[in-house]
Write a protein that binds this ligand. Structure first.
Ligand SMILES: Nc1ncnc2c1ncn2[C@@H]1O[C@H](COP(=O)(O)OP(=O)(O)OP(=O)(O)O)[C@@H](O)[C@H]1O
Length: 273
């Protein structure tokens, strides 16, 4: 089950090239004029269509890596290559969904929120509307097109954010604990829905989580980060483990628990039941 970092991962792009290469990346922040490292050295690759989960203890730099892949932060060392382009600036090729419920435009309807980025990227009005409706229906929001964000539950807002991200047909979908602020029941439902939609659309996914179960449910491989500043401790293959009833789920959970326990992670926080 465990996979050596040097092994060629499953789901090859066909031409052998990875869609995302994170190569010996170090990232830090300036605090009081001093460089404070957050990520010491991280390397992993993501093939087209793969679902890669970033898992690790709180503060180990998961969001930092995601923001660097999105182009919001520049690494202090190493290379980030997306679709053959080194260090690309932020762009619609990498759609980002955050944990916070306030990522929608409050003055636009649900439909308007999804149409807007399509229009900005040059899609004509009629096509933008058709594509937005299609993706909102895919996320179960067909009846809420004319609602405003303040009229929606947290779960519905996250559905809109996901529909908006998928509608622009990004090269990669970057998700930073998108279900972290939801109640357990809604979180479970959205996890299952995302798994289905991700499989159907074959979107390439980089997903930050501190939940072992979420990582196994949604991921093909789990990049486990550890240490301060962090490094990639292990990359664990969890492909095909859809739910706790699957043979192999308990083993994967055990492996990931073991890796996090080595880091002193609070396991009650790391496992959503
Ligand atoms: N804007 C910032 N300025 C200074 N330090 C920061 C900034 N953002 C993050 N850090 C620091 O970088 C480190 C990594 O933070 P990051 O948010 O990437 O971790 P994380 O693994 O995503 O954590 P969590 O699971 O708690 O969300 C932490 O020590 C954090 O305090």
């Amino acid at each position: 089950m465990d996979e050596d970092m040097t092994a060629v991962p499953a789901g090859d792009a066909g031409d052998g090239a990875a869609l995302l290469v994170v190569d010996r990346v170090a990232i830090g922040y300036r605090r009081n004029g001093r460089y404070v490292p957050a990520v010491g050295e991280a390397s992993f690759e993501v093939r087209r269509g793969e679902k890669i989960m970033l898992l690790g203890p709180s503060g180990c730099g998961k969001s930092t890596i995601l923001k660097a892949v999105a182009g919001y932060l520049r690494p202090a060392a190493g290379r980030i290559v997306v679709g053959g382009r080194e260090a690309p600036p932020p762009g619609p090729d990498r759609a980002v969904v955050f944990q916070e419920f306030d990522q929608l435009f409050p003055w636009r309807t649900v439909l308007g929120n999804v149409v807007y980025p399509l229009r900005v990227t040059g899609v004509d009005r009629a096509t933008a509307r058709t594509r937005a409706v299609e993706h909102l229906e895919l996320m179960g929001l067909g009846a809420a097109l004319d609602s405003y964000p303040h009229q929606l539950s947290g779960g519905m807002k996250q559905r809109v954010a996901i529909a908006r991200a998928l509608a622009i047909d990004p090269l990669m979908l970057l998700m930073d604990e998108p279900f972290g602020a939801l109640d357990a029941q809604t979180r479970g439902r959205l996890q299952r829905e995302l798994a289905t939609i991700a499989a159907r659309t074959n979107v390439t996914l980089l997903f930050v989580t501190h939940s072992i179960d979420e990582a196994i449910l949604l991921g093909d491989r789990v990049v486990v980060l550890a240490g301060r500043p962090s490094q990639v401790a292990r990359i664990v293959d969890v492909a095909g483990l859809g739910g706790p009833d699957d043979p192999g789920f308990a083993d994967a959970r055990q492996t990931l628990r073991g890796l996090l326990a080595e880091e002193g992670e609070d396991l009650s926080r790391a496992v959503f039941d």
